[in-house]
Each structure stands twice: as C-alpha cells, then as structure tokens.
Design a protein around this ligand. Structure first.
Ligand code: PRT
Ligand code: ZN
Length: 213
C-alpha cells in the first residue's frame, strides 16, 4: 500500500477555513466528502481528519494522525510529546492576563493571592511559578471574560485578538504571557517515508508563506 500522511485539522471553528485554504494554496485538493470526519486529497498522498482542536496534540502523540495544524496555545497547554515544526502564519492571538479596568495593576506582583479564571491552567501555572507568584487558578472552560463581572475571580487569563471582548466586559489587558499562532506539529517517531512526505508538504507551505511576504 502507498504511504499516506494523516493530517489532523480543526473540524469547525477559527482555524478550519485557514487550514483548508493553506492546503489549497499548497495545491492540495481535498475531496470534501459527505462524511466530514475524514477526507482524501486527490493529488497528494494525504488524508485529512477533522477533529476538535483540543484533541489534536493527543492524536498526533498517539500517531492516530502523523501531523496536525493547531494553535500553539493548545500545544503548550496539553504538553503532549509532539514536535512543532513550522509556524503557519494564521490563527494569531495572544494569551493575556486582564483585570477590571478600574483596578490598580502595577506588575505581576499585583496578582499575588488573587483568583484568576482561565481555560489555560497549565500555561498560567508555569508563568506564575516562573515569576514566583502565589495565586489561585480557577479553571473554567468558556466565557472566561465574564468571571470578574460576576465575582468569580479577580482576574482572567484568556486568548485575545482584537481586544474587543475584553473591552466589552470592562476589562483591561495587563500582561501577555504567550504569543500564539497555528503551527504544524508532528509525531516524534515517524518512518522515513512519512518524513519525506512531510518535507514535500513543508516545502510547499514555506513557498506559500514566502509568496505572501
Ligand atoms: O470546537 P473546538 O474545540 O475545535 O474549538 P474551540 O472553540 O476550542 O476553538 P476556537 O475555534 O474558538 O479557536 C481555535 C483556535 O483559534 C484557538 O485555540 C487559538 O489558537 C486561535 N484563536 C485566534 C483564537 C482567537 N484568535 C480568539 N480571539 N481563539 C479564541 N479567541 C477568542 C478568545 O477566547 C475570546 O473569547 O476570541 C475572544 C477574543 O477575541 P477578541 O477579538 O475580542 O480579542
Ligand atoms: Zn477547543
């Protein structure tokens, strides 16, 4: 059987369109089947799996998928054994700390003994540890920006792109703890035939990126 690369991308959401566009710009045509769990390329040995972004690092670590397109924020939060091989230039955002706009905030020490709501407890925990700050991390899965307004937390740590969500919730951004964009990740133990296919894909991705600069 011919070797095929198994690529995991987000099924729907902020990375879906750009992931599909990048493949197209790389000259890879995906036959968009009715069953959108899996699709084949017609002109490159690749098959695409459509998954929730949070699951992509695990699938790649387990070699269910060989490679994936996913946000660095998810890669660093999940701490799976995968290799980051290329920044893809889309899905740009930052993971930031924000507090009530009227709150005094001098520097990270202002977070000491505060309660911080986030969906990124691992990255936030590492950041606070690195700064020697003791604070309580309150993990919530969504609508993080309303936490200070309803008295659930004193601060939040969440993804920001335009900043309008923070603004609309009366919050101000005080620290950026991670700059993020979509990246190409790969399993750490791939056979040489798959590595060769990744090199072919990577060459095309880099050409697309160069053409845009
Ligand atoms: O269903 P699934 O689990 O796959 O999707 P999801 O809902 O977890 O993720 P999704 O589609 O919202 O985001 C996918 C990825 O896009 C993230 O992991 C980031 O890598 C990237 N990305 C880029 C963003 C943003 N920009 C972004 N602005 N992800 C989320 N946001 C949210 C943020 O959480 C906040 O609620 O947008 C809001 C802030 O936006 P602004 O423009 O108001 O600042
Ligand atoms: Zn998700």
């Amino acid at each position: 059987m011919d070797t095929k690369l198994k690529l995991a991308i987000q099924k729907s959401g902020r990375l879906y369109e750009d992931s599909m566009r990048l493949l197209k710009e790389c000259g890879i045509d995906i036959s968009n089947g009715v069953n959108k769990l899996k699709a084949d390329a017609t002109n490159f040995p690749i098959e695409v799996y459509f998954l929730r972004d949070d699951d992509i690092p695990q699938y790649v670590e387990d070699a269910v998928a060989d490679i994936g397109f996913v946000g660095e924020n998810v890669v660093y939060e999940k701490k799976k054994k995968v290799e980051v091989i290329e920044k893809l230039g889309f899905g740009k955002c930052r993971l930031s700390i924000a507090v009530n706009k009227n709150e005094t905030y001098n520097d990270v020490s202002s977070l000491a003994n505060k309660k911080i709501a986030t969906s990124y407890p691992v990255i936030l925990g590492d950041f606070l540890k690195g700064k020697n700050i003791e604070a309580e991390i309150h993990e919530i899965s969504g609508s993080v920006e309303i936490a200070p307004g309803i008295g659930l937390a004193n601060a939040i740590c969440d993804l920001v792109s335009s900043g309008s969500t923070l603004f609309m919730n009366g919050l101000k951004e005080t620290e950026t703890i991670l700059q993020s964009q979509a990246v190409l990740i790969r399993n750490q133990q791939l056979p040489v035939e798959k590595l060769k296919l990744i090199d072919r894909l990577l060459f095309r991705i880099q050409s697309v990126k160069k053409a845009k600069n």
